[in-house]
Design a protein around this ligand. Structure first.
Ligand SMILES: [Zn+2]
Length: 234
């Protein structure tokens, strides 16, 4: 049977690849004040500080490799397509580990770390870094406006229309490695239930809205996700 699956991934999928979340307690990024490095106001005040923060994150990303959870989701995408279905893979992560594992058409609702955006005209281009403070934008000519293509606090997540259309067309909604506390993504499970779509949570431990899910699987993503994918494709 052709199955349409919507998977939302969060920081828990990348944690086993050594990429800590913004908010992880004791994580490397908590030594920074997010109002200074992850807001449009912070960028306006001190663009050099913001660029240095993201250059460090880009360097961290360059050394990171996908883990078995990323590879399993790439297998799921191929397996569902071979059966006439599809995987809509939506991620809150700004890393490129899904792509490195072989997934395609990944929807990055919070943007992508290794893409540079012009803060003036929003033109984007792939750029592993470092962010060039002096370069003029090739699209609009503005100077000094290079920023990471990452959704900051106070900015609207990307692709929301496409995401809700895909959710509506799905038979199964699965949240993997998400905290259940960052909106709008944390509200997807409620939308899915409203549309009578079956829901499943896969996480290290129950998330903030675990009770909203029909099915719950707990353990390290690198172990639980491959087992779940094998079961679904069996
Ligand atoms: Zn521009």
């Amino acid at each position: 049977m052709a199955l349409n699956v919507f998977v939302l991934t969060g920081a828990g999928v990348s944690a086993e690849s050594g990429l800590g979340a913004f908010r992880d307690e004791g994580g490397v990024w908590t030594q920074y004040d997010l109002s200074e490095v992850a807001t449009p106001e912070g960028f306006a005040r001190d663009p050099a500080k913001v660029r240095a923060f993201y250059d460090a994150r880009r360097a961290n990303l360059a050394g990171a490799a996908p883990n078995p959870a990323h590879f399993a989701l790439a297998r799921l995408q191929a397996g569902l397509a071979a059966r006439g279905g599809r995987l809509f893979l939506c991620t809150q992560n700004v890393d490129d580990l899904h792509e490195k594992a072989g997934s395609t058409n990944v929807v990055h609702m919070h943007g992508e770390l290794a893409v540079t955006r012009c803060h003036a005209c929003e033109a984007t281009r792939p750029d592993p870094g470092p962010l060039d403070a002096g370069a003029a934008c090739a699209a609009c000519g503005a100077g000094g406006m290079a920023r990471p293509h990452v959704v900051w606090f106070g900015e609207v997540p990307l692709f929301m229309d496409e995401i809700f259309d895909a959710l509506e067309d799905s038979d199964l909604f699965v949240a993997i490695g998400t905290s259940g506390s960052v909106y709008p993504a944390a509200g997807f499970v409620t939308e899915a239930r409203r549309m009578r779509i079956r829901t499943c949570e896969i996480n290290l431990a129950p998330s903030d809205n675990a009770r909203a899910f029909d099915e719950r699987l707990y353990g390290p993503a690198g172990e639980v996700v491959p087992a779940w994918v094998e079961g679904l494709l069996a």
